[in-house]
Design a protein around this ligand. Structure first.
Ligand code: NAD
Length: 421
């Protein structure tokens, strides 16, 4: 489905309606959750390197804060829109509720292609955007994190800008206004790989339940940024080789398997996989038809429609990206018996370790990697088990099970608290 026709938020509302039925969600709770609480749009000027002034559009969508402060990433991409961010913000509410993390859901970003900006321009965009958001974010109110087009450096700029707008005496208590920071500036060990690590825990649980040996298996990965590259590295450790990759610059195939370390280094230096010599260029169409065991979408939403789903020749799709399958694509996969580990579960390792980072900042602690990894593994395996059991017992898809469990937690909290006043 073309980007213009695709209504991501409507798709998420469709899942919400289906899941609501399986947990008898009261009508008034479904009504509250059907829209975000706050939708903020800001416009801010930035002086570019060539002396021109550009006006940028930034967003922060706060879906729900019943279970804790709003939480969710900041995306820098030319396609950023209100509709997409509303969908992504609501998914953060479901993720935190499913993982039993005391956060709500939010998402934001700037409509810009970050690849066309210099580092200095990106820094200025981030600082002016943070300034424009002002008191609409905060360490106990709304806590951004990295997403597409942003990274640990972006988060440090947000943190520094925010810190410099509050009083001197409380400056250092503000570091947890964002998560996903660099280690030196208050980040957590294990955060960079957390989303992919969580996804790999889901894949290993899925394989264990089926006595399916992952050693010697193959994967194709769309998106080779934070989530895609770490997924390739972690799968490689389990003996799964990545034989095809794709990103905004194109698609590459290497039947022998890519060296994920070298490819990640190349992307770090060049910004994309394009031009990497240890693989041959293929079309997007060819990529989706490559025979492999796993497909990890780790780019954007609405990437797998009917045609891609018919072409896919894999056993499992584990969603690193948010919303990579559109409903038509999902229906085809279901009909073909290709299993899906849904985004709300499979990529929730990121927000889980963000929560660990937030706690460490709050307590002035710094946990070692083993502790972070162990805590993440426990959370992921528990959530995985709950989703699979629900899906089996109620006869619903893994996605609807994940949504339903999240809605179950929100339903209980709304019933205990009532509606103000
Ligand atoms: P990133 O910016 O590090 O990487 C994004 C990748 O997608 C890049 O390789 C980029 O080239 C590729 N891409 C962009 N447009 C594309 C297109 N049109 N076709 C093919 N590839 C394209 O972002 P990320 O943090 O790795 O996020 C990837 C996905 O994972 C997103 O859906 C994001 O919401 C989701 N996610 C990220 C996190 C996190 O912790 N970073 C957590 C949960 C979910």
């Amino acid at each position: 489905m073309s980007e213009a026709e695709y209504e991501f938020f409507e798709v998420i509302q469709g899942y919400l309606a289906k899941a609501a039925a399986s947990v008898d969600l009261p009508e008034h709770v479904a009504l509250i959750l059907s829209q975000p609480k706050n939708e903020l749009i800001v416009h801010f000027p930035v002086r570019m390197d060539d002396g021109r002034t550009e006006l940028f559009k930034g967003y922060r969508i706060q879906h729900n804060n019943l279970l804790g402060p709003y939480k969710g990433g900041l995306r820098y991409h030319e396609s950023v829109s209100l509709d997409d961010l509303k969908a992504l913000a609501s998914m953060m509410t479901w993720k935190c509720a499913l993982l039993e993390i005391p956060f709500g859901g939010a998402k934001g970003g700037v409509k810009v292609d970050p690849h066309r900006l210099s580092t200095e321009e990106l820094r200025k965009v981030t600082r002016r955007f943070t300034h424009a958001l002002g008191g609409n974010i905060g360490p106990e109110y709304d806590i951004p994190a990295p997403d597409v087009g942003t990274n640990a450096t972006t988060m440090v700029w947000v943190m520094d800008t925010y810190m410099n707008t509050v009083g001197h005496a409380t400056k250092n208590a503000q570091a947890r206004v964002v998560t996903g920071k660099t280690l030196t500036c208050g980040g957590s060990r294990g955060r960079a790989k957390a989303t992919s690590q969580g996804l790999v825990h889901c894949v290993t649980e899925w394989a264990r339940e089926r006595s399916y040996d992952l050693e010697g298996k193959t994967a194709i990965i769309q998106g080779f940024g934070n989530v895609g590259s770490h997924a390739a590295l972690l799968l490689n450790r389990l003996g799964v080789s990545t034989i095809a990759v794709g990103d905004h610059s194109g698609y590459l195939h290497n039947p022998e398997g890519f060296n994920p370390h070298k490819l990640a280094e190349y992307v770090k230096d060049n910004g994309a996989i394009g031009g990497y010599s240890a693989g041959h260029e293929i079309s997007r169409e060819d990529f989706f038809g490559i025979k492999a065991d796993l497909f990890i979408p780790a780019a954007l939403e609405n990437q797998v429609g009917e045609a891609e789903a018919r072409a896919l020749d894999v056993r499992l799709v584990a969603e690193g990206a948010n919303g990579p399958l559109n409903p038509a694509g999902e229906a085809v996969l279901e009909e073909r018996g290709i299993e899906v580990l849904p985004d709300v579960l499979a990529n929730s390792g990121g927000v889980t370790v963000s929560y660990f980072e937030w706690i460490q900042n709050k307590r002035s602690e710094s946990w070692d990697l083993e502790e972070v990894d162990l805590k993440l593994e426990r959370k992921m395996k528990r959530a995985y088990g709950r989703v699979m059991t629900f899906a089996r017992e109620k006869g619903v898809s893994n996605r609807i099970a994940a949504y339903a469990l999240a809605l179950g937690a929100l339903k209980t909290a709304y019933s205990e608290r009532g509606i103000f006043p």
